[in-house]
Every structure is written in structure tokens, then in C-alpha cells.
Design a protein around this ligand. Structure first.
Ligand SMILES: Nc1ncnc2c1ncn2[C@@H]1O[C@H](COP(=O)(O)OP(=O)(O)OP(=O)(O)O)[C@@H](O)[C@H]1O
Length: 665
């Protein structure tokens, strides 16, 4: 095997680029020079270590997939592969979906290549083999289950001590191989209380329970003890691509740097991202300081193929470092009408519930029936889930009281069986593909068994469905599992409460008990069926759709379905129309960004060249992601009293049209 230093990258020729462009459906010139500008062409041909920092909709993911197709077509190394890493499962699935569309590039989804999240790479190639080689089993990698297991091991005395000190269960996680770390407040490491918490973390890990991020601890320990592992991985993967690089945390960036870049014979590494779109789990979280993105060797791609110049002009001020976006879109799609003027919907306390109907009515007014059917219509809020009730509006729940946040929260596991199904229906998005339902049913059963204390091996290349079938020992249990799957599929995942109570719940319990013995009462919450806010209608089709977070309009005979979600959940997506809803985090997000909307401010740098505070930068990035999703229509919804008369005049002068929801539009 040749090392990465000796690996010869294929030279990408013009004919390869034209072939890939045709493959992606852009004709032969999708990546060709535009006037004098050949940045896209040189970006796709470049095979050296580089960063591609580009504006929203500039085709970063498209460029990456096209480049991968060219590599797949030319790949001749039986034991060396291309490594493609993404931050989230959603991004990994998007790349996987696009690669599987062509018989050539689908090869990248198999050995010797790797396409997956950074977490799955760390588990598969570093942490899990290392732990197992030390004789430590790896059963469950799931923060919620591991911390719950550790709480169960902690004596009553220390549990009450945690309560008194306001320590959460995260005090039982660790960030060093001696099991110390986690948020243990001001306790000294030598105190008996601290040591008791360390002891349960150790005991639980030694029998196979781990939090997600703890796998980085073990991966780093392996690299400390066996630095030659990095050399072997560089030989195996001479070329590495990182998508959504702006979102890498310090933990991820520093580990990837150690594995692929640091020292001699680095792999070729290309990263794709947009630092203006860096949104993390919390505003306080900072980006990576090791190997930050972008480096100085970067390509800029200023043309957005998603939207036109009107939308580009509305959104660019929201970039923390404003980019000169050229609105070259929308690229051809099923939507043939021209892009529409942007809209601000205004509402007050009484009319907040009218915002979604007004938006849907506007869509019906602006798009043809065919376009309403084929297009993607979305409404999103920065805060989609909150227990706050004031000041109105706090979250998506003020606009749609039946909104179920767990259904769209891709990063965390669902907490009930019903949520597993809801998320699967959301993924199916009306298609006839039942795979998400089978996957969700199997995953939910495995999770229930793990919650009940079964130490099932959660690290497996097999699908959850295959794993359940393998784990079920006798034919009777397998038959029950098949009945369960068939029942869920026959109802397309839409079970009524009576169907759940009637037979489905018992099937779930029986299968989980076959995997985990008796289910303790503590898992009952997982089996709870959702109560709806719309009372008697609970069994109607409309209520089911609302659990799926689809707002359908008109209610009686819907002609448009608006998908509801968080801004985080729509990263990387392209919509026909996007409505960005006001929400509350310390203040109303959009109201705080009013100077950017009115053209008084641009970017995140204050006078005197200092950066704004982290909260405001977080607001800007979040709403920059949100407002750059639509191809044809950008809408925002804000409180009417956020503006005075003069400001409304400015908004209109800047090209926004205003629709008042209070008027009974
Ligand atoms: N070369 C191209 N020619 C025409 N259309 C393109 C081209 N590249 C991308 N597009 C279209 O532009 C839209 C945005 O592409 P893509 O999602 O790859 O952008 P992105 O830069 O990854 O976006 P984001 O920054 O929001 O994640 C898609 O509809 C895609 O089909």
C-alpha cells in the first residue's frame, strides 16, 4: 500500500468536469467559467489541501458531490479510500442520497471508502476498537442512557448531595481517561463526593455505557499510546473531505487534525463550509481554535444558485462578515413562476395564531396548484421549543400549539415510541418509501430495551432492523416483531390512540421484553401516547398531520402543506418559500436584529472594529441561515409594535411588502 505522501491524486480534466455536471443535471457547463470568473472550475479541479468558504446556495454540497463522483469514476485503489465526514446525520444522509443517485458514485458508500459523521468515524476507527482491545465492552453509546445508568449506580446519599448543589446528571460525564471532568461545580477532585461520582462513571463505562463525546477521550488515548494509528489511517484515507466545516467543535477539529494533518505525510484535506452559517447547540459555544475554518488557503464562491439578487440584497447584512453575494438563482426546478417580493407579516398578541394561515393563504395566492404540490414550503423559528408563555411569541408553539419539537430535533433521540414514528413520517415526507418506518420501529424497540438496562451492542454496521432480528432468539418473538412492523407500515406510521392501546403497545412491550427481560416502570413514559391540544378532533386526519408538524391549508381540503421546524433543522436545505418567525431568547430575536433589517447595520463588527457580543453574533448567524433558504419567496413574521410608522416606511422602501395578520387577511 502506498502512503498518502506517495498517493497520486488523479488530474481532473475539463471532460471530467463536464461529465460530472451532466450527471448532476446541470448540462455540460454547470461548473464552467462565468465571464472571466473561473473560481468554480478551479475549485472542482483542485485536489490539494484547501478550504472552500462560500455563500449560502453557492453549491458547496453540490460541488463536493460532483468532485466525489469524478473521484469514484477514477478510483483504482482496492485498499485505500476517500473519507467524507459531516457534522450531522442529516448532512451525511443528504450526501449519501446524492451519491446513490448515480451507479458510479454509489461505490463511495462501500469499502474502502467511508462516508459518515465525525462521531461515527471516531467510534468505528478509533474509540471502539481501542476500548475492545483493552477488554472493555462497548454496549451503548448514548448520552441520555449512559447518564441515567450512572444515576442508577449512585447511592441515595450522593444523589441528594447533587440536588443540594444543583448539579445535573452531566456531572457524571467525563472528559479524561481517568473519568474526571464533566460539570462538577466547585468540588475539589479529592473530595469523597467527587470521587463517588468518578467511581460510578468508571463502573458504568467498564460495563459498556458511554456518552457520545466520551468516545473522543478514548480515541485520543489511543493516539497517545499508539501514534502509528494516525499513520495507518492516513494511508487508508489519503484524501479527506469535511462538509459543514464551520460547525466543527474544538473536540472534533483537534482530533481530526491529529489524525489527518499534524506532522509528516498528512492526508489531502478539503473542507467546505461558510463561517457565517456556524450555528451551534448554544450561543455560548465557540467554534474550533485548533485548525480553524477557513484557513488562509481558501476558495471563495460568491455566486448563489439558490436565489436572485433581491433576496441576496435582503440577507447579506446578516452575515457576521458580510459576503458580496451574487444572486444567480434560482436554478431551474419544478417552479416556473418568477421569484416573489419578500413579505413581512405583522401580528399582535391576539393575531399570533393567524400568522401561519396568512402565510399559507399568501402561498396559495402566489403559486400555481402544481407548484404548491411540488414545491417545498417551510416556516421556522429560532426557538422552536420553549416552556415560556410570554412575551408573545416565545417559540413555534405560539404559532401552532400542537407543534411537537421532538419530531424535528434531529440531534437528540426521540423520547417516546410515538416520536420515533412521527420523525419517520416527517422523513418520508409523503413519499411511499416505508424504510424510515421500519428503521424507526426497530430503533425504538432497541432503545426501549436499552433503557430497561439491556446492554445491547449499539455499535454495529448492521441496520437496527437486522439487529433486532439477530437478537431475537426464538421464532415466536420474531413473529411478534414482524407483526409490529407490518402493523406500523400498514398504517403508514399513523396510529390512532385506540390502535396503540389496542394491540400495538403490547407488541412493542413483548418484543422489548424479549430483548431485555422485564421492563421496569421507569420506562412507561417512553410508551405514552401523545395527548393533543385539539380535544375531540384527536382521531381526525388533521390532528395527525399536525403531529407531523405539517400545517395544512385550508384545513378542510388542503392545497398547501407548510413544514414547521427549527432553524437548526433546515440547515443546508433549499425551500421554495421560507417564513422566518419571531421567537424569544433573552429578547425577541428579529426585533433585536431590526437595525440589520432596516439597513442601518451590516455584519457583526461594531464601530471601532470590535465584534458584537456572542449572543448577538449567535442571533445573526441563526437568522442568516434561516433567511438564505428560499429560492422564490422570503417571508418574516414580527410583532407589529416592533416598528414605528417611520420604520415601516423604510421597510417598504427597501422592497419589503407588509401584510397585517391582525386585519383578518
Ligand atoms: N453549478 C450549479 N448550477 C446550477 N445550479 C446549481 C449549481 N450548484 C448548485 N446548484 C443549485 O443551487 C442550490 C443550492 O445548492 P447547495 O445546496 O449545494 O448549496 P450550498 O452552498 O451547499 O448551500 P448552503 O450554504 O445553504 O448549505 C441547489 O438547488 C442546487 O441544485
Amino acid at each position: 500500500m502506498s502512503g498518502p505522501g506517495q498517493w497520486q491524486s488523479p488530474t481532473i480534466k475539463d471532460e471530467d468536469v463536464a461529465w460530472a455536471s451532466e450527471l448532476m443535471g446541470f448540462g455540460p457547463n454547470g461548473f464552467a467559467k462565468v465571464g472571466d470568473n473561473d473560481t468554480r472550475l478551479s475549485a472542482i479541479k483542485n485536489m490539494d489541501t484547501a478550504d472552500f468558504e462560500a455563500c449560502p446556495g453557492s453549491g458547496k454540497t453540490t460541488l463536493l458531490v460532483a468532485k466525489l463522483a469524478i473521484l469514484a469514476n477514477r478510483w483504482r485503489h482496492p485498499r485505500q479510500g476517500v473519507c467524507v465526514l459531516s457534522h450531522t446525520n442529516a448532512a451525511r444522509n443528504e450526501i449519501g442520497k446524492r451519491l446513490s443517485a448515480s451507479p458510479v458514485s454509489v461505490a463511495l458508500l462501500r469499502y474502502p471508502h467511508f462516508v459518515g459523521t465525525i462521531h461515527s468515524f471516531v467510534n468505528e476507527f478509533l474509540a471502539v476498537p481501542w476500548l475492545r482491545s483493552k477488554g472493555n465492552p462497548v454496549g451503548v453509546i448514548d448520552t441520555q442512557i449512559a447518564l441515567r445508568h450512572r444515576m442508577g449506580l449512585l447511592s441515595w446519599k450522593w444523589k441528594s448531595a447533587m440536588e443540594r448543589r444543583f448539579l445535573t446528571e452531566y456531572a457524571l460525564s467525563y472528559d479524561a481517561p481517568n473519568y474526571t471532568g464533566g460539570d462538577k461545580g466547585a468540588l475539589t477532585t479529592s473530595s469523597p463526593f467527587y470521587q463517588a461520582m468518578v467511581a460510578v462513571s468508571k463502573a458504568s463505562s467498564e460495563i459498556g455505557y458511554f456518552c457520545f463525546d466520551e468516545m473522543f477521550v478514548w480515541a485520543n488515548e489511543l493516539l497517545d499510546v499508539r501514534p502509528e494509528v494516525a499513520t495507518a489511517l492516513r494511508e487508508r484515507f489519503p484524501v479527506v473531505f469535511v462538509d459543514e466545516a464551520q460547525d466543527n467543535s474544538e473536540l472534533q477539529a483537534s482530533l481530526l487534525h491529529r489524525v489527518f494533518c499534524e506532522g509528516r505525510s498528512p492526508s489531502r484535506r478539503q473542507r467546505f463550509g461558510d463561517s457565517n452559517q456556524a450555528i451551534y447547540n448554544s450561543f455560548e459555544q465557540a467554534g474550533a481554535s485548533t485548525d480553524p475554518f477557513p484557513s488562509s488557503n481558501k476558495f471563495d464562491l460568491p455566486r448563489s444558485y439558490r436565489f436572485n439578487q433581491t433576496i441576496a440584497d435582503k440577507v447579506k447584512a446578516f452575515g457576521v462578515i458580510p459576503q458580496s453575494i451574487i444572486g444567480a438563482g434560482p436554478s431551474p426546478s419544478g417552479i416556473s413562476t418568477a421569484p416573489k417580493p419578500p413579505i413581512v407579516f405583522l401580528f399582535d398578541d391576539d393575531s399570533v395564531g393567524r400568522v401561519l394561515p396568512c402565510y399559507a393563504a399568501h402561498l396559495v395566492d402566489q403559486f400555481s396548484r402544481d407548484e404548491l404540490e411540488s414545491g417545498t414550503f417551510v416556516a421556522i423559528a429560532g426557538v422552536h421549543d420553549s416552556s415560556r408563555v410570554e412575551p408573545i411569541p416565545c417559540s413555534m408553539k405560539h404559532y401552532e400549539p400542537n407543534y411537537d419539537a421532538a419530531c424535528v430535533r434531529r440531534a437528540s433521540s426521540p423520547t417516546t415510541f410515538a416520536q420515533y414514528l412521527a420523525r419517520a413520517r416527517y422523513e418520508m415526507g409523503g413519499s411511499g418509501n416505508v424504510f424510515p418506518l421500519v428503521f424507526a420501529t426497530a430503533s425504538a424497540v432497541l432503545r426501549l430495551a436499552a433503557m430497561a438496562g439491556s446492554n445491547l451492542n449499539s455499535v454495529s454496521p448492521k441496520s437496527p432492523h437486522r439487529r433486532v432480528l439477530d437478537l431475537l432468539q426464538n421464532d415466536g418473538d420474531r413473529t411478534k416483531y414482524s407483526e409490529l412492523v407490518e402493523f406500523v407500515v400498514s398504517r403508514k406510521g399513523e396510529l390512532s390512540k385506540s390502535e396503540w392501546d389496542g394491540c400495538c403497545k403490547q407488541l412493542v412491550v413483548s418484543v422489548a421484553e424479549a430483548l431485555a427481560d422485564i421492563l421496569p416502570s421507569s420506562v412507561q413514559s417512553f410508551l405514552k401516547w401523545p395527548e393533543l391540544n385539539i380535544g375531540v378532533e384527536a382521531e381526525t386526519d388533521t390532528s395527525k398531520r399536525r403531529i407531523d408538524n405539517l400545517f395544512s391549508y385550508p384545513e378542510d381540503d388542503p392545497i398547501v402543506h407548510v413544514r414547521l421546524g427549527s432553524i437548526h433543522s433546515v440547515k443546508g436545505e433549499t425551500h421554495t418559500a421560507t417564513l422566518v418567525l419571531e421567537s424569544f431568547y433573552y429578547d425577541h430575536h428579529l426585533s433585536e436584529l431590526k437595525p440589520w433589517l432596516l439597513g442601518a447595520r451590516s455584519g457583526g463588527i461594531k464601530k471601532g472594529s470590535t465584534l458584537e457580543g456572542s449572543r448577538l453574533l449567535g442571533r445573526l448567524r441563526l437568522h442568516y441561515v434561516a433567511m438564505t433558504r428560499p429560492s422564490h419567496l422570503l417571508c418574516i413574521a414580527m410583532r407589529k409594535d416592533a416598528f414605528d410608522g417611520h420604520e415601516l416606511v423604510i421597510l417598504r422602501e427597501r422592497g419589503w411588502q407588509i401584510i397585517e395578520c391582525c386585519d383578518g387577511h
